[in-house]
Each structure stands twice: as C-alpha cells, then as structure tokens.
Write a protein that binds this ligand. Structure first.
Ligand SMILES: C[S@@+](CC[C@H](N)C(=O)[O-])C[C@H]1O[C@@H](n2cnc3c(N)ncnc32)[C@H](O)[C@@H]1O
Length: 305
C-alpha cells in the first residue's frame, strides 16, 4: 500500500503504522473522521474520509493546513518560496536557518514553519515555554535540493487537491472540546502524547489529561481507536490497564536512536478500541529471543470470536 507522507513532520509520526491502523478500522462505516491530535495528520490523510475534523493544540500546524485550504499556500507558491529560501540556506547555512527561525518566532508565517520543519534537526516540532520554535538546524545547508523541493511540493499538492473535493476542517483546540461534540456516526482516531515522554509548549501531557481522555472515550457513543505504546524491553505502559472494557491489538515496531543500525530498539505499539478488532496477527518474538508475552502486564483480555 502506498502511504502518503505529509508536508509537515512531527515526532511520533505514525507513517510506519498507517497500514496497520487502517487494517484495524475493519469495515466500520462512519460519516465523519475525527482526529483530536492530528500532529502530521498522516493517519487521516491516508484514510482520506469524505468529511473530517483534524484538530490539534498546535496552532502552527492548523494555520499551515488552513493556508493550503484557502489557497494562500499553493504548490507553486511553496516551490517559489523554497527555491529562494533554499538558495539562501545553501549560501549561509546555520546563520540563515537562525534568521528564519527568528523571523518565524516574530510573525509565525506558515511558509517559514514549513521551511524550518523541513530543515531542522530530525524534522521535529518543539516550542519553548514562551511558545517559540527552538529546534536547531539539521546541519544540511543543501537541504532544499531540486528533488527535495519537488517532493514537498507534491505533498502540498496532495492536500490542496484533497481539500477541494473533501470536507476537511482544521481546528486549533484542546482534545476535550473535540471529544465533547461527537456524534454516534463519527469515528475517532486518537494519538495523544505519551505520559512522561516530553513536554513542550503545545505538547505537554499529564495525569489529568490521561484521565480526561479515558473518561471521554469510555463514555463516547461512537467507535474509536486510541494509539499508544504497550511495552518496550524495560517496562510496560500502566496507563493501558484502565481500558479494561476495551479491546487491544499490539504490534512490534522498531525505531532508531541516532543513525546507527546498532541502536535499533523494539517497542510494542498498541491500538485500543471499543469494538472487536480483527484477529491479532502478532509476532511474539523480538530479536533478542525474549518473549513479549512475558513482559505484558497481567490483565484480562476479552475473548475474541
Ligand atoms: C503523538 S502526536 C500525534 C502524531 C500523529 N498521529 C502523527 O502520526 O503525526 C500528538 C499531538 O497532540 C497534540 N496535542 C498535545 N496536547 C494536546 C491537547 N491537549 N489537545 C489536542 N492536541 C494536543 C500535539 O501538538 C501533537 O501534535
């Protein structure tokens, strides 16, 4: 399955898990797709629903997509901008990156956000406590090659075409607001920040958020999937335990810390849902030979038909 990769990247982007998530939507029919934590939007953009609400507290993500929707950013405008700014980056490197970052932190222009996101370290989005973007330069002055610009422009083109024919709304708001107005024919995909992972201006997550999310989902009258982590080689996610009435599906996933192949870490991802997920297809072994089941917390799984 060809996966569409969005123009704005973020940490925790689910590109590698999209096929698995889509498989687990089963045959559910829904009128509206709701994504309260859109991040890069990679999941919903690949589901391609007719009607959708993509929400996030990060206003810069939302502004970017609304600028594409209104035509303020078109593929041609983005190409022209990236070619021009890319040349300046090639000439002055870090100095120019810092200049754009300062400029962005004053007037928060969406094209600058795109430039920074695609040339900063690891395509991260991080804002300090004053709401200023603070990811350092990715140290590639020639980042905006012709091929790279074309790739980004095509990604923007996919969204501009989609929003012309599909009813997609991009809204900046807290997940509680989004989940408070669900209809029974909605389908919700939630991918919240992980508790205790990282904290930044738009992306902090505490026990209260965790509890509110659980209560809102547990009381919702529509179908949903919640993405979270299940376990790694050191510990398991205790937050899952409260979803006792829900179903769970797990999948092993590898991620790299740094560039070295040696630093490949196994992480078991989980999908939690309030409907019967397709039969589990999981590989119970990880390369070290440790059986994942041994690491799973003691909890009762619902019987699957
Ligand atoms: C793990 S990321 C989502 C990643 C996304 N599924 C993807 O594949 O790109 C979590 C997102 O939740 C947003 N967020 C954090 N706290 C929020 C809140 N209280 N309400 C809504 N969005 C929030 C963050 O800004 C971030 O974009």
């Amino acid at each position: 399955m060809k996966i569409f990769v969005p123009p704005i990247k973020c940490q925790g982007i689910k590109t590698k898990l999209v096929s698995w998530i889509k498989d687990n939507l089963s045959d559910n029919k829904f009128d509206r797709w709701i994504e309260p934590f859109m991040g890069s939007g990679v999941v919903g953009f690949n589901v391609r629903p007719h009607k959708a609400i993509f929400a996030d507290t990060n206003i810069h993500l939302i502004n970017f997509y609304n600028a594409v929707k209104t035509g303020e950013i078109t593929p041609a405008i983005a190409r022209y901008f990236l070619e021009l700014e890319g040349m300046k980056l090639a000439k002055s490197g870090q100095k120019y990156f810092n200049e754009v970052r300062e400029r962005f932190n004053m007037d928060f222009k969406s094209l600058d956000f795109l430039f920074l996101n695609r040339s900063c370290f690891n395509g991260m989005i991080r804002f300090n406590r004053y709401g200023k973007f603070n990811v350092p330069f990715g140290h590639k002055p020639n980042r905006f090659s012709k091929a790279y610009i074309t790739k980004i422009v095509n990604q923007i083109d996919y969204i501009s075409q989609a929003v012309k024919i599909l009813d997609w709304q991009f809204v900046c708001r807290d997940f509680r607001e989004t989940l408070n107005e669900l209809n029974k024919n909605d389908f919700v995909y939630c991918d919240p920040p992980y508790l205790g992972r990282h904290v930044d201006y738009f992306d902090s997550w505490n026990e209260e958020d965790e509890k509110d999310l659980f209560n809102l989902l547990d009381n919702s009258n529509c179908k949903y999937i919640l993405s979270t982590w299940h376990s790694n080689q050191y510990r398991s996610n205790k937050e899952i335990d409260k979803y006792i009435r829900q179903n769970i599906q797990t999948k092993e996933h590898f991620y790299h810390v740094g560039a070295s192949e040696k630093n490949r870490n196994a992480m078991t991802e989980a999908l939690i849902s309030n409907y019967m997920l397709p039969k589990q297809k999981i590989d119970y072994t990880i390369p070290t030979g440790v059986q994942l089941q041994i690491m799973e917390p003691k909890r009762k799984y619902k019987l699957r038909k």
